[in-house]
Write a protein that binds this ligand. Sequence first.
Ligand SMILES: Cc1cc2nc3c(=O)[nH]c(=O)nc-3n(C[C@H](O)[C@H](O)[C@H](O)COP(=O)(O)O)c2cc1C
Length: 246
Amino acid sequence: MSRNTQSLWDRPIESTAVSLLEGLATTRAIRRYTDEPIPEAHLRDIMFSATRAPSGSNRQPFRFMVLTDGNRAAQAKEIIAKSAQNIWAEKERNDGYAQGSGADPDSPKSRMARTMRGYVDNFGAVPALILPCMIRYRAPDPMEGASVYPAVQNLLLAARALGYGGVITGFHRPVEQELKTLLSIPEEVFVSCTLTLGKPQGGHGPVRRRPLDEFVFTDTWGLSADWAIDPPGTRFTSAGPPKKTS
Ligand SMILES: Cc1cc2nc3c(=O)[nH]c(=O)nc-3n(C[C@H](O)[C@H](O)[C@H](O)COP(=O)(O)O)c2cc1C
């Protein structure tokens, strides 16, 4: 078996090169992929890792529709591609991506808009489209996602460990019924998100988030824990919740 198709069971593999904590801090949303297909042995390893996730009572209500090539996969990708293009066109307009710093082609805003435009335009050609689903066994409740999204994050982390990248989206939502019909997904099954996966054209790297003390409180809401300090060299984003005022 070539190195490229080695699995978790044929150690050592590339995954040993990234520690768990490093992987956690460097798994970015990857929206640009090479044309390389993902070997089935790698898909197996990624999906195995996904299915190791916890769920309430270990009920494991998650299922994954993994779509790579073939007619039905192409149709599903195309259905979501159209939805993605519509959603992005509306967001680009409504959020004024061409205005302000968006006029400067080198601004982060313009770069983001270009990445998103490329992503939705090429969505039909993503190497793997995955629809994480959940079998509903009771009326929808706020906790139900907690039995499927840990598996989704496991999936992304395993992909990262094997040299792939991906991103979660909600682009399936306007076309969920069409997808369910195409893929014979039962009525009681909820498509939790859309996930695309492939070999990154760019690289992974440290994600940027808000400072730790804005998220971690102790005793009183808003009171940061003294130890909630980011490691030296952490870089931040201005996106996210509003800054603390006191
Ligand atoms: C629940 C959820 C929904 C998301 N929906 C979309 C989406 O519809 N389209 C998209 O391009 N990215 C989507 N993302 C990806 C986020 O935009 C991305 O993770 C975030 O901007 C942070 O980027 P980073 O991980 O590269 O730092 C979603 C992520 C999550 C967790």
